[in-house]
Every structure is written in C-alpha cells, then in structure tokens.
Design a protein around this ligand. Structure first.
Ligand SMILES: *[C@@H]1O[C@H](CO)[C@@H](O)[C@H](O)[C@H]1NC(C)=O
Ligand SMILES: *[C@@H]1O[C@H](CO)[C@@H](O)[C@H](O)[C@H]1NC(C)=O
Ligand SMILES: *[C@@H]1O[C@H](CO)[C@@H](O)[C@H](O)[C@H]1NC(C)=O
Ligand SMILES: *[C@@H]1O[C@H](CO)[C@@H](O)[C@H](O)[C@H]1NC(C)=O
Ligand SMILES: *[C@@H]1O[C@H](CO)[C@@H](O)[C@H](O)[C@H]1NC(C)=O
Length: 354
C-alpha cells in the first residue's frame, strides 16, 4: 500500500510539473496490449518480454507522452500512423513522461494510431507503464486493428533479435537489439496475427550457452511460465491468451559448445517442454519446431525427431544465412531475419489455412 501511494504521489508530481493535463490510466479499456502484461496493479502495468506492445487510437490532443520507468537499458519503437519515429530510450528507474510527439505536433481534430513496442529482451529489465499524459480534451477510441489470428514465438537470442541492427564485428548492445525486425514479428505482421514472444538470449532446452555440464539449471522452460521472467513466483495466467499457432526455436544454445547434451536427455527435455505448453492451452494449437540458422546437426535432427513425437511441424533453417545476413556475434541481422521469415511464413500459412 505504501508503495502504491508513494508512486501515485510521484506521478501526480510529475504531471503538475509538466502541464495541466490528463493521465489516461493503463486500465483504460481502449488500450490494446500485446504480450504478457502484469495487470495486478491498476496504477502501473508491468512487462518485460520482448515485443510487448501498447496500441491506442487517440484524438483531441496536441501531444502524447507515455509515462514509463525501467529497471535497465530498454528501448521502444514508436509507430504513429504506420510511420516509425525515433526510438524511445527508457532507462530511468523513476517514472518519466516520454513526449513521443516532440517531432510531430498533433492536430487535435485528427485521429492517430500509436504503437509502442519493446525492442529489448526481458533480461535487460522490466518496464512499468503508468498511462498516457495527454491534453485535457484527449479521447481514446476503441483500437481498430485487433487481429483475429494469434501466434506465439518461443526462443533464444535469435528470437529476441540479439544484434540484428549491428554491423559486424560487434558484441551485444541493447541499442542494436530490435525485436520488431525479427522473423517472428515479420511473420506476425505478414500473416496479420496477434503476437506474443517469450525469448531469452543464451537459454537452451536442457543446457544454457557454454554451461560446463551436459545440462544446466535455469534453462528456458524454467522462465516460460512466468509473466515477468525475473520474478520467480509471478506466474502467467495461460487462460489470458490461447494462440492458434506456437513456434519454438530452441536448441541452438544446448549445442553450440561442448559438452553437448546426449540425444535422449535433449529430446526428452524438449518433449516435456512441449507437453507442458500443450497442457496450458485448451484450444489445441498447432506447434511448429524450428531449427537454425545458427546451428546444424545433430541438434536439428533431434528437433525434427521431437517434432515427429509431439505431432508438430518441423521448420528447417539450417545454413540459410550468407555473408550479407549477419549482425552481431554470428546472429542474423534484419536481412537474415527476413530470410528466416520467408522460409517459415509460407509453412505456417499453409498449415494454419491462413
Ligand atoms: C540512452 O540513455 C542512456 C542513459 O541516459 C544513455 O547512457 C544511452 O547512451 C542512451 N542510448 C542512446 C542510443 O542514445
Ligand atoms: C511535446 O513536444 C511538443 C513539440 O515540442 C510540444 O509542443 C508539446 O507541448 C510537448 N508536450 C508536453 C506535454 O510537454
Ligand atoms: C551434470 O549433469 C548430469 C545430467 O543432468 C547430472 O547428473 C550431474 O550431476 C551434473 N554434474 C554436475 C557437476 O553438475
Ligand atoms: C541446480 O539446482 C539444484 C536444485 O536446486 C542444485 O542442487 C544444484 O546445485 C544446481 N546446480 C548448478 C550447477 O547450479
Ligand atoms: C546485414 O549485414 C550485412 C553484413 O554486415 C550488411 O552488408 C547488410 O547491409 C545488412 N543488411 C541489413 C538489412 O541490415
């Protein structure tokens, strides 16, 4: 209770400093959210996974400022009327209004479609969203572009978009990770599907990147059930989102260094993970298991075996990248991701009847 009250005073303080304005709270029914969002506190919604999105249709205001804080160096894309604006740098741990209309003065008689999307991955830090600061006369209209289809992508650094904007040679930096340009996001836009992504760099199915043993603790399946993956008891309510299709691209980290896990341990771990996801979805979604483009056999053969066992469709992405498709540390850049999308998208489309 103390924290909520303190936070409220803080936001009110921020607002008074700025303008006489209105704060549209995160609970407004016309705000459309995508991705896992913790809505347990009415004054601040919390999220961390890559690609989480907040979308609004807004009129009656000359400016709009989402009020956000962050526990790390996060970045967002800002898309207004389908045009990309400069990215938002959200790194302050105290709530700040981010004026996203600094380079564009809004006409209050016009209606604007505004999308904020989290570029950076969960390991970078979590975000609290306190609402939109707008003029007194502002109004949100029901968000019009809610897709009928839905798809979930589960993976590691590739699915996060690690280094996809980097020019090699380069190491990881938050600013060169843009989830919006990954194969998952490209496919969801192309197939007009609602998108949830859960991904974490370095995580494997039974063994994380460069772990000393053939298995390790804290692999991806440990984090998957969580709304905020750094909060070990903050469990996601799977009834909130039942995707039509689930795409998993894991295994690269298990096999990218010695000692690799034995076939039975990897396959059994992967099968248990898929069965766990199946147990959470009552709508019987179609599963796709992808392998590549940063790993080959034996990993991909094992993933294909798992796909057969769990009745999933296997998507092969081995060896598809050429020298013009790399960003940082051997990861696909935007052109590599569009190649991945061009392989996976038709397979998903055909099998889903989309
Ligand atoms: C984002 O802001 C942080 C903190 O002010 C700063 O260190 C960082 O360089 C900024 N990033 C970019 C890309 O400007
Ligand atoms: C946001 O920036 C625009 C352009 O500089 C300015 O007109 C507007 O007053 C700003 N809004 C707030 C709330 O500061
Ligand atoms: C290595 O992994 C195997 C298989 O999971 C486990 O039985 C063993 O205890 C692990 N060894 C160490 C040193 O953690
Ligand atoms: C893994 O977790 C188990 C149970 O919590 C613990 O006993 C073991 O020491 C951990 N192993 C490593 C390598 O951290
Ligand atoms: C991808 O990376 C290559 C090599 O670094 C570069 O030449 C190319 O322009 C990049 N493509 C895109 C779309 O970023």
């Amino acid at each position: 209770m103390m924290t909520i009250t303190a936070t409220l005073f803080f936001i009110l303080g921020v607002l008074t400093l700025c303008t006489s304005g209105l704060l549209i709270p995160p609970t407004n029914e016309n705000i459309y959210y995508m991705g896992r969002i913790d809505k347990s506190d009415n004054t601040q919604y919390t999220f961390a996974w890559s690609g989480a999105e907040i979308s609004i249709l807004l009129t009656g205001t000359t400016s709009v400022s989402p009020v956000l804080d962050s526990t790390g160096q996060n970045y967002f894309n800002v898309i207004i009327d389908f045009t990309m604006f400069p990215m938002l740098n959200v790194s302050s741990s105290s709530p700040q209004p981010y004026n996203i209309t600094e380079t564009l003065s809004l006409d209050p008689t016009e209606t604007y479609n505004i999308i904020l999307t989290k570029r950076t991955e969960a390991s970078i830090g979590l975000i609290n969203f306190y609402g939109f600061e707008v003029d007194d006369t502002a109004q949100l209209l029901p968000y019009p572009d809610i897709p009928r289809r839905s798809i979930e992508f589960i993976g590691d650094s590739i699915t996060c978009g690690y280094g996809d904007l980097g020019v090699p040679p380069c190491e990881f930096e938050a600013r060169t990770e843009d989830n919006f340009m990954t194969y998952g996001a490209l496919i969801a836009r192309e197939l007009e599907a609602e998108l949830y992504i859960e991904a974490w760099s370095g995580k494997g199915v039974v063994r994380n990147y460069q772990a000393p043993n053939i298995t390790s603790n804290g692999t991806f399946p440990t984090f998957y059930p969580l709304t905020i993956p750094t909060e070990s008891t903050n469990y996601w309510d799977f009834s909130d989102f039942q995707p039509d299709a689930v795409v998993i691209n894991l295994g690269t980290n298990d096999f990218s260094s010695e000692p690799i896990p034995p076939q039975d341990i990897f396959q059994n771990g992967y099968i248990s993970f898929v069965n766990f996801i199946k147990s959470k979805y009552t709508n019987n979604p179609t599963f796709f298991l992808a392998c590549g483009p940063m790993i080959g056999n034996p990993c991909c053969q094992y993933v294909q075996n798992v796909a057969t066992t769990v009745n999933a469709i296997y998507i092969d992405m081995q060896g598809i990248l050429n020298t013009n498709d790399y960003g940082c540390n051997g990861h696909p850049n935007v052109s590599g991701h569009s190649k991945m999308a061009s392989i996976a998208s038709p397979i998903i489309q055909k099998n889903m009847g989309w």
